[in-house]
Design a protein around this ligand. Structure first.
Ligand code: ADP
Ligand code: MG
Length: 694
């Protein structure tokens, strides 16, 4: 989204948005009021009709409404709030386990209640557990929803209702300020006047809109947006490509005299694929134009060494390297590896994170600007204005599986005045399907590491329902007693470090209680950096045998001795993330490793398909293709999990039929309408500081 300095449009100006909410919104990439209208629903609920209790089907989301007959607190091991509802046709019980005292007080006999949820068979007939509900009086009846109810991706500190109000406010704001209203051509496929009209429809589809079509991204309002997004990405790729051709790259022709010494010190030989890729990069260094190279290689294929070799050559030629990572943990891991490798070679590696203390930060920046530092590793903290390199010649971006982050970065970097721009090496663990590389990665040359280091045995993957949990825990105990090391990964749906930490702590307690013989450790995102590092080091040394953790370990964690991973609630995660997590095991030559997906019944068909894909294959390419295929269509695994973070609505596999026409349109806009090109790139890609640490 366009970020820039447009303080006037800052989301905090919107009614009902204070600093705290603004902060939550910022996690979702919403900084400006316009950003909010691009925060799109991932599914809809139909609450436009009230069903009679007597006719109500089981297990389907529906709305019922009736009088509160009785509301009582009972204790059955647990505290419960039981509310009886009668609508003239039948009775239903609402059962709640988590509630506040005020909720009980509000459920007064004689008042009316409207509930949205699914009915199940309870002890005394039909019941709903924890439905969403509103209480009202006979005198002031509730209006029924006129539109389908959009459901948005959230962070834990926001709720759907609040998000809806914010987005409605943002739509109104754009309407009043005449934003996003350039005229559109109407045709048989599209009858919206402008972008804002299509967005308003997507946020408020009328009751008779086709909910299946909307859920699968096929509605004309969505298709129009999808196409525009694809056009924007194609335009951006083309622009970056032309820009690169105009610029000069820093001269990095001299091979490092320390190259051999470095490789010899590694304790392994480079694979053929690594050799090949390294020579491709060296060729780029020999050209006049800056390198723009995408290095693809599956998890564990050894990309880090290659990036180190590139940084070494930059240093030899008198240049610094900026090394950007998507998370703090990954930055730390890279920092540890690379500074270890380079300690003997008299090369100074440093790290800068959002969490770096002011005093350290000052030193880091000083040493960077006066050229003491050769390589600076860090998160989006490297983007900030006061981070000044004395002579940066190479930027390395480790995107992991978050496609397309580099485009934003490149747009920013362009801001410099010089005709020279640094060489760029972008690394990704997920091979990019062709449909995507055409759009998002169109401006890059590609290299592929298509073999794993020798002796790696593919991880065997199994799945078991949670009902077998006790057995699984016992089995983990046995395995650990035999000397193996294991991860137990706890996953949450919501984007919240705090909730995740809580869940991990509970899990830690459960497991430690059941297998007291095993040394169990715990890491989550809420721990301090040092604490985290300490625990990870213990695990590395074997002083901890079982590491209970959140998905913070997803990237970068490199402990070859760990050979078993349990992933709890894998149904909550996307394929890319599951594959990435699984890549933490199977890292030691000639060692069998296993991954167990401990899922919660019943699985949705899509979750089932993801899990069976994981069981069937270890091939990152296949998984990436499947991932794209399964995405969209009522299936979102939270923003954090979305590998396609940078695509707001398009799914290049699902929408591949639009690619050709998008390309034509992009071509024509690039040729005839430069200002429109700029608007679209700003709108869909933007140059904001969104290399976020999510
Ligand atoms: P990724 O491509 O996922 O970033 P890494 O660079 O983290 O992979 O490498 C995974 C592990 O394999 C590391 O422990 C690394 O030291 C090791 N490694 C890399 N290249 C080789 C090689 N050619 N032979 C043996 N081990 C290697
Ligand atoms: Mg890596």
């Amino acid at each position: 989204m366009p970020k820039g300095n447009t303080k006037d449009h800052s989301i905090i100006k919107l009614k009902g948005v204070g600093p705290k909410i603004a902060q939550s919104l910022s996690i979702l990439g919403i900084e400006l009021i316009e950003d909010a209208v691009f925060h799109l629903p991932y599914r809809y609920e139909d609450r436009t009709e009230i069903t009679k209790i007597s006719d109500a089907p089981y297990e389907l989301p529906i709305v019922i409404e009736g009088e509160i007959i009785k509301s009582t607190l009972i204790f059955r091991g647990k505290r419960m709030l039981i509310t009886e509802i009668f609508d003239g046709s039948g009775r239903i019980t609402m059962r709640m386990f988590n509630f506040a005292f005020a909720q009980h007080k509000n459920l007064k006999e004689g008042y009316f209640i409207r509930c949205f949820g699914a009915i199940r068979h309870g002890r005394n007939g039909k019941e709903m557990i924890h439905p969403q509900y509103s209480v009202f009086s006979k005198e002031e009846p509730l209006a029924i929803e006129k539109n389908l109810t959009p459901i948005y991706p959230l962070t834990s500190s926001l709720q759907q209702g609040r998000m809806r109000r914010i987005i409605q406010g943002a739509l109104l704001y754009c309407e009043q300020k005449n934003l996003l209203k350039e005229k559109w051509e109407k045709n048989s496929e599209n009858n919206f006047d402008n972008l804002l009209g299509a967005l308003a429809f997507i946020h408020n589809p009328p009751a008779d809109a086709d909910i299946d079509m909307l859920a699968s991204g096929q509605h004309p309002a969505q298709r129009k947006l999808i196409k525009e997004e694809l056009v924007a990405h194609i335009l951006c790729a083309g622009m970056l490509k032309r820009e690169t051709e105009k610029r000069r790259g820093p001269s990095m022709k001299v091979s490092s005299s320390k190259e051999k010494e470095f490789i010899d010190s590694l304790g392994f030989v480079l694979t053929e694929a690594q050799d090949k890729v390294w020579s491709e990069i060296k060729k780029d260094f020999n050209k006049e134009t800056p390198m723009r190279r995408l290095l693809q290689g599956d998890v564990g294929s050894g990309k880090t060494v290659i990036s180190a070799l590139a940084a070494l050559q930059a240093k030899q030629n008198g240049y610094q390297t900026a090394f950007m990572c998507p998370t703090e943990l990954l930055s730390e891991q890279h920092y540890e590896n690379i500074s270890n490798w380079f300690s003997k070679l008299d090369i100074k590696v440093d790290i800068l994170l959002g969490s770096t203390k002011a005093k350290d930060r000052k030193r880091v920046l000083e040493e960077l600007s006066n050229g003491v530092t050769d390589i600076l590793i860090g998160t989006h903290a490297l983007f900030q204005e006061d981070v000044i390199f004395s002579s940066v010649g190479l930027t390395i971006i480790d995107e992991q599986h978050r496609f397309g982050v580099h485009q934003r970065f490149s747009l920013l970097e362009k801001g410099g005045s010089a005709k020279q721009s640094p060489h760029q090496l972008i690394m990704t663990a997920t091979p990019i399907p062709r449909t995507l590389s055409m759009t998002v990665y169109g401006s890059l040359e590609t290299s592929i590491i298509d073999e794993l280091p020798p002796g790696r045995i593919p991880v065997k993957t199994f799945s078991r329902p949670n009902s077998m949990r006790k057995k699984v825990i016992k089995r983990v105990e046995e395995v650990c007693l035999e000397g193996q090391r294991a991860y137990w990964v706890c996953t949450l749906i919501e984007l919240s470090d705090e909730l995740e930490a809580q869940a991990a702590e509970e899990l830690f307690k459960e497991i430690s209680d059941q297998i007291p013989k095993i040394k169990v450790g715990l890491v989550h995102g809420r721990l301090k950096k040092d604490e985290k590092q300490q625990i990870i080091n213990k695990f590395r040394k074997g002083q901890i045998e079982l590491l209970v953790c959140t998905t913070v370990i997803e990237v970068g964690m490199d402990i070859p001795e760990a050979s078993l991973m349990i992933i709890e609630n894998p149904e909550r995660l996307g394929l890319a993330q599951l594959h990435q997590l699984r890549g933490r095991v199977g890292r030691k030559a000639n060692t069998d490793s296993n991954c167990l997906l401990l899922y919660k019944d019943p699985l949705s068909p899509l979750a089932q398909e993801r899990i069976s894909t994981m069981e069937k294959t270890n091939d990152g390419f296949e998984i990436a293709e499947k991932d794209l295929e399964l995405r969209g269509g009522g299936d979102i695994h939270g923003l954090k999990q979305s590998g396609l973070m940078n695509l707001k609505i398009a799914n290049p596999v699902r929408d591949s039929d639009l690619l050709e026409s998008a390309q034509k349109e992009a071509f024509s806009i690039a040729k005839n309408n430069k200002s429109q090109a700029k608007i679209l790139i700003d709108r869909w890609i933007g140059t904001g500081q969104d290399y976020s640490d999510a």
